[in-house]
Design a protein around this ligand. Structure first.
Ligand code: SUD
Ligand code: ADP
Length: 288
């Protein structure tokens, strides 16, 4: 029988199939409309719980001090909801590129909240976990809730949607794009009119950050220029990753096989239900 220790918890990537920026609020945050889906391409976390009152993460993340690691911050936030000396050692198998616009850090945080809520027996509701997630970053709640969603406001108003299931080829340019830097930039386009979900569901999607990121990061421009020869292509989030959509896996793999050595990428299936929730259901079923 498997023990809680032997479970690998997925932290899936996301794509923003579109990212429309509708304006800027007085506090500097941006009003946006975006469509989140998950990918079956994940970081993997293993949780060894104990009573040490300590949070350890192995291995260290290069360039991210422990106190800034979103996994550590998520565990510390959750721990405040118990009076016990809760501790954990977390093994992280990091596969998602950092600063790539596919949400690896936010997803790691969400998986930590969901898994430790169960393993530490804290039993917060999904709404309470999503609220903790919101304190860590704009993208954490969608990963906590675990369903593809149309997001509005500054990203906090989520409406679950069913996106058609497709395959994606994601290219990972060799650069990190800072979300804060892009949102601060004076040349960012911020005037896409708001539309209803019914209008947006018809298509005509774009990413308002893409022209600026292409201009400032030649690696992104080069990757898009290569990919667009094979299929309509777009950037996710504030970059740097770019993606193309395919009906069938073999079509995406054929393009992957043609990828020149100066590019890196992967093929993944789009998911409406996060792989995290598939794992959580399996854990519940095992405990019944
Ligand atoms: C815009 C998205 C789309 O998915 O970009 P990616 O990070 O995925 O590339 C996200 O919502 C980002 O979420 P996340 O990366 O969690 O952002 P946060 O840590 O909350 O904010 C980083 C910085 O981005 C800016 N920011 C973020 C969200 C927003 N609606 N308006 C903003 O202006 C703020 O300056 C903030 O300081
Ligand atoms: N566990 C984590 N995984 C990835 N990045 C993290 C993590 N904890 C903190 N960070 C910080 O968050 C930044 C954004 O990470 P990530 O979520 O991967 O990118 P994006 O928001 O562009 O999709 C990283 O550059 C890193 O400094």
């Amino acid at each position: 029988m498997s023990t809680p220790e032997s479970i690998n918890w997925p932290a899936p990537a996301k794509l923003n199939l579109f990212l429309h920026i509708n304006g800027r609020r007085d506090d500097g945050y941006h009003e946006l409309q975006t469509l989140f889906i998950f990918l079956d391409h994940c970081d993997w976390l293993r949780f060894h719980i104990n009573n040490s009152n300590q949070i350890d993460i192995r291995p260290d993340l290069a360039d991210v001090p422990l106190e800034q690691n979103l996994i550590y911050r998520a565990a510390m936030l959750l721990k405040q909801h118990s009076s016990q000396p809760l501790g954990v050692t977390i093994e992280l198998d990091k596969r998602l590129p950092m600063g790539g616009g596919i949400g690896g850090g936010s997803s790691d945080a969400a998986t930590t909240l969901v898994a430790l809520n169960h393993l530490w027996e804290i039993n917060l509701s999904v709404d309470e976990l999503a609220e903790l997630g919101r304190q860590l970053g704009a993208d954490v709640p969608v990963f906590v809730r675990g369903h593809a969603a149309f997001a509005e406001g500054v990203g906090e108003r989520l409406q679950p949607v069913e996106a058609p299931q497709k395959w994606y080829l994601v290219l990972v340019p060799e650069c990190h794009v800072s979300t804060a830097e892009i949102f601060r930039h004076q040349d960012l386009k911020r005037d896409t009119p708001k539309q209803s979900w019914n209008e947006l569901a018809q298509g005509n999607w774009h990413n308002d950050c893409e022209p600026l990121v292409k201009k400032n990061y030649p690696e992104v421009e080069k990757a898009l220029r290569w990919l667009i020869e094979y299929a309509p292509s777009r950037m996710t989030g504030t970059g740097a990753c770019v993606f193309a959509e395919f009906e069938h896996e073999h079509e995406a793999r054929e393009v992957l096989a043609r990828m020149p050595t100066w590019l890196q990428g992967f093929v993944a299936r789009g998911e409406n239900v996060s792989p995290l929730y598939v794992t959580l259901q399996q854990v519940y079923a095992r405990n019944d």
